[in-house]
Design a protein around this ligand. Sequence first.
Ligand SMILES: [Zn+2]
Length: 144
Amino acid sequence: MDQLSYKRGVISRKTHHCSGCLKKWTKGTSWDVQVNVDGGDIWTWRECPICQEIKQLPHFEYEEMYEGDFREYDEYNKIEKKYKGDPKMDEMIEVSKLEFENMKKRIEHLEERDAWLDCLEIAGVDNWEGYSYACDIRDGVKYE
Ligand SMILES: [Zn+2]
């Protein structure tokens, strides 16, 4: 395997997944990017900000590194925590199939209500005599 190029701080224009940890990061992320060649194969190896820190560890070694292997470093989770809430990190969350189905149903229900609200607004619901009373209920206005 030969390295054709190695660049640090390459700002991405789209979402990529990290070769080191497989985590997805959105555009604007600063990557370390290697382009490698082996025989007829050319591939790109990208390292996210977390994996760039993993590489700084004194016991880090590139020997026999495969995609996702950076996660095997004990320090990975600790370093990852520092990036929690970074909007560029496209965090994966896990939900059960039941939770997912319930959220899907809830969204479908809300979309139906939203479409109905559009109909009411187009039909001029704000001219309805009860409209300001409804606004008061929403705003928590109390009547004596
Ligand atoms: Zn990574």
